[in-house]
Design a protein around this ligand. Structure first.
Ligand code: PLP
Length: 405
């Protein structure tokens, strides 16, 4: 069917792990700092003090969400910077001739590529694997520890399949061995409870745009007493941890997004998980040969990653988009590349299964109508794509299910 032939009645956004819409309350909170309250937070005059007070209020709002002290929250440009600053920062400050770090094979590229850059500088890295569930075994982390290990970095929840890692156990191991522990919590903050004390982390990365805040702003939680070198050199902003004039409107937006998330955390998680489960159940009932990627219980309430046998993922995303439904083949950052997802490969999916996998990710603003519209559209899209695949008919014959040709 041609693009022009399809009239889109409504648009449904199911790509909230890529980014989320800005909450109207966040926009309202930011507006004055884009207009009349434009001061530089380092200036001593009235304009500067207005900006500084707003930044400090946001620091408290973020700290409250994490159960941290405000002085332990350092604003950044987002998850990528916080991941880089945490990992480079610890390694560069370590007093070890050949430092060693431990991470997992399913991290976001903001961590994986940082680890690889360090490897080129002589740092050794252990990438612990995951089983079919997509969960890191804390015993594997323990076994990987060496006398030179300076950092363990394991993400809290995976961006592609949503699996939640046993951070409290890994945090206990890190503490026992006196090793710094960082987590990339970009997909978890604002969606599930994140308590730095319970998790036992020393460093944590978060990003505002993943929980209805603005893009290009985030924060690094740095436990008091943690010794790390800054990534950037400049002025004395952010307690000498991160130089550069503060992005005041962005930081105010992050603070408001944190406050909103904290106020609605439990109720939103339950509601979104209910919608996700209804969507997933509905698909499994209506479409044959679909399987769930990763642990179906131990995962973010927002995320469903499904493998549709004999469906080419990119074609599916385009066909759904033409019908008004936005979803993704995996991490947004890797779309355009034909490589199968490293996360799906790590959980044992074949390249073909990985390329047939779709991520549906929900957020605070999704409704029951969105789920109904998706369930109405998706089965026909899958059927059409499969009917175009010569391997679909062949696969059915081989399995004796019936002739689809
Ligand atoms: N870490 C994870 C797990 C992510 O999902 C993302 C974004 O997709 C990032 C890091 C990067 O965050 P940002 O977009 O704020 O740089």
């Amino acid at each position: 069917m041609l693009t022009g032939e399809i009239s889109i009645v409504r648009r449904v956004y199911l790509d909230n792990n890529a980014t989320t819409p800005l909450a109207p309350e966040v926009f309202e909170a930011m507006k004055p700092y884009l207009l009349e309250d434009f001061g530089n937070a380092s200036s001593i005059h009235w304009f500067g003090q207005r900006a500084k007070n707003a930044v400090e209020k946001a620091r408290q709002q973020v700290a409250r969400l994490l159960n941290a002290r405000p002085s332990e929250v350092i604003f950044s440009s987002g998850g990528t910077e916080s991941d880089n600053a945490s990992i480079f920062g610890i390694v560069q400050a370590a007093r070890v001739a050949t430092p060693h770090i431990i991470t997992s094979g399913i991290e976001h590229h903001a961590v994986l590529n940082t680890a690889q850059a360090l490897e080129k500088r002589g740092v050794s890295v252990t990438y612990v694997g995951v089983g079919a569930s997509g969960v890191v075994d804390p015993e594997d982390v323990k076994r990987a520890i060496r006398p030179e290990t300076v950092l363990i970095s394991i993400m809290y929840a995976n961006n592609e399949i949503g699996t939640i890692q046993p951070l409290d156990e890994i945090g206990g191991i890190a503490r026992e061995h006196d090793i710094y522990f960082h987590t990339d919590a970009v997909q978890s903050v604002g969606k599930i409870p994140v308590d730095v004390e319970k998790l036992g982390v020393d460093l944590l990365s978060l990003s505002a745009h993943k929980f209805n805040g603005p893009k290009g702003v985030g924060a690094t939680y740095i436990r008091k007493g943690t010794i790390l070198k800054p990534l950037l050199y400049g002025g004395h902003h952010e307690r000498d941890r991160r130089p550069g004039t503060e992005n005041v409107p962005g930081i105010v937006g992050l603070g408001m997004a944190a406050e909103l998330a904290l106020a609605h955390l439990e109720e939103a998680a339950q509601r979104v998980a209910g919608l996700r489960d209804r969507l997933e159940r509905g698909i499994l009932e209506r479409v044959p040969q679909v399987s769930v990627n990763g642990d179906p219980a131990r995962r973010l309430p927002t995320t469903s990653n499904l493998c549709f046998d004999y469906v080419e993922g990119e074609g599916f995303v385009i066909a759904m988009d033409l019908r008004g439904i936005a979803c993704s083949t995996g991490a947004a950052c890797s779309s355009g590349s034909v490589e199968p997802s490293h996360v799906l490969s790590a959980i044992g999916r074949t390249p073909e299964q990985a390329r047939s996998s779709i991520r549906l990710s929900l957020g605070r603003y999704n409704t029951a109508e969105d789920i109904a519209a998706t369930l109405e559209t998706l089965p026909a899209v899958v059927e059409r794509l499969r009917s175009l695949s010569p391997r679909w008919g062949q696969g059915f014959r081989e399995q004796g299910i019936g002739n689809r040709e």
